[in-house]
Design a protein around this ligand. Structure first.
Ligand code: ZN
Ligand code: ZN
Length: 494
């Protein structure tokens, strides 16, 4: 696991091991406190925020005892305030689909690109190598170095300073869009398809693929390159309840789902008992849109008005045959500008829907809030499940509201084939301590470990959780993980 940078990493491991061996509990407390700032640390300690500190201490005591279950994942060096990036790198290392996506891109490029991959796809190459390293479970402590990824990322995200404290969710989005930029530039259509058949529009959409199987495969390959595993699609629909029409339906890709917690009155605290399901429901709930003009409702009202005032049959027919599109000229051509009308007749609702379940689902709990004077952080626990069923939050057809859907799904047994559709397993939790814009990030990672005997029999996997604060790694229990005040949650589709 340390072969690529053998001597360098080994040296770091030695230094860290020595430091931990000599450390008593105060040294480990103080090194942690140094990261947070003393004030934040005292606050966190008073409020019991360091459930893991005891584990960290225990861990340093357990150094010499390398028993049968003392396997570990590598930590990551902090190269100066980059804990926000380290947690993202650890999180991505836990996402099997993300690691295999990077490997697939490199593999795919091997056939079509001339020259060294390290030169052509420097960020993909560096990230893939680091994530493989972080994904390797070992029996000894090791610490990996994120420097190469940081250097290559800086070339793309020039305005994103990686050495001053940043938001972890923002770092993830920068990393994804930088990768996208690199991968798209290096994309070459496969030899079997004709380059002239493939046109790219400015917004990175492939237009008019060549016909037949090759064209379809090329399109799939292009989408896979472009979107990666964070490939969810969010639909946004506007409906008019008054005339039961759909005004608009738009789709967009999403990398993360930003969910706001439920708040107590006043909006300074997260409501006790708030769950991730509550937040999802709130996010996907219909909301009333004010001051929006429904053309179909207007046409209905205009038809009644013309009949009442005894207008000519030809005028009524013109209105009736109009599709009620927002571009029509009924208002002016029929002199209806003065018709008494208020848009409050229409009841317009907006709703977001998850139109495609992503392979990897990243949920961003929006804890940053504002009042009149300043930005503040919403702290408090939001319960989240180990297994999430996202299909419960997706209306089967537009207009069916989510509560009805939940009732429906519990009433009727789903067919066997679609049983796992929309089912997700928790793989990583990112937690933030301290104030927004400063403080410290830590991460919980789940790692699947196969013991040798099990591998021979039926490959039963053993899921272990680790708490990681930069270079410090320790094993924790599932309940430690579920107790976290999550900022980011990564779920993998089952
Ligand atoms: Zn309407
Ligand atoms: Zn019209």
């Amino acid at each position: 696991m340390v072969s690529r940078r053998g001597s360098e990493t080994k040296a770091i491991v030695c230094v860290l091991t020595d430091r931990i061996r000599i450390s008593n509990q105060w040294v480990s407390h103080l090194s942690f406190a140094g990261l947070l700032g003393v004030a934040g640390f005292v606050f966190a300690q008073q409020h019991g925020l360091f459930r893991n500190l005891n584990n960290l201490k225990l861990f340093s005591g357990r150094e010499k005892d390398s028993g049968d279950d003392s396997f570990l994942v590598p930590g990551l060096q902090n190269l100066g305030n980059n804990c926000f990036l380290n947690v993202i790198l650890q999180a991505l290392a836990s996402c099997k689909d993300f690691r295999s996506f990077l490997q697939w891109v490199l593999e795919d490029a091997r056939g079509s690109l001339a020259g060294e991959q390290e030169e052509q796809l420097p960020l993909t190459f560096a990230l893939s190598a680091l994530l493989q390293e972080l994904g390797t479970v070992g029996s000894r402590r090791s610490v990996s170095n994120p420097r190469k990824v940081m250097v290559t990322l800086t070339d793309y995200a020039k305005n994103f300073n990686l050495t001053s404290q940043q938001d972890a969710a923002e770092a993830l989005l920068h990393l994804i869009s930088s990768l996208q930029e690199e991968i798209v530039v290096c994309y070459r259509p496969s030899q079997s398809s004709n380059l002239s058949d493939i046109l790219f529009s400015r917004n990175l959409r492939m237009l008019a693929p060549s016909e037949g199987l090759h064209g379809l495969m090329e399109l799939k390959r292009w989408h896979k390159h472009l979107r990666g595993p964070f490939d969810g699609i969010l639909g946004s629909t506007l409906m008019c309840r008054t005339c039961s029409s759909q005004i608009s339906l738009e789709f967009q890709f999403f990398h993360t789902l930003p969910l706001s917690p439920l708040l107590h009155h006043g909006g300074y605290n997260i409501m006790s008992g708030c769950t991730l399901e509550h937040c999802l429901k709130k996010f996907l709930n219909t909301e009333k849109v004010e001051n929006y003009f429904c053309y179909r409702c207007w046409h209905g009202a205009a038809l009644k008005y013309l009949s009442v005032i005894g207008a000519a049959e030809t005028e009524i027919e013109k209105l009736r045959s109009c599709g009620g599109e927002d571009q029509c000229d009924c208002k002016t051509s029929l002199h209806l500008q003065r018709m008494p009308w208020s848009n409050s007749y229409s009841h317009i609702l907006k709703q977001l829907i998850i139109a495609r379940f992503p392979k990897l689902l990243c949920i961003q709990v929006q804890r940053a809030s504002f009042n009149m004077f300043e930005e503040f952080k919403l702290s408090g626990h939001i319960a989240f499940p180990l297994v999430l069923n996202l299909s419960l939050f997706t209306p089967s057809s537009i207009g069916v509201n989510i509560e009805e859907r939940i009732e429906m799904s519990s009433e009727y047994q789903k067919p066997e084939a679609s049983k796992n559709h929309g089912m997700y397993r928790l793989v990583t939790v990112v937690e933030h301590f301290g104030r927004t814009g400063s403080g410290h990030y830590t991460v919980y990672r789940s790692v699947r470990v196969f013991s040798q005997e099990e591998e021979e029999e039926d490959c039963d996997e053993d899921l272990s959780w680790f708490s990681i604060s930069d270079s410090e790694v320790c094993r924790v229990s599932e309940s430690d993980v579920l107790g976290a005040e999550a900022s980011l949650l990564f779920y993998e589709r089952l």
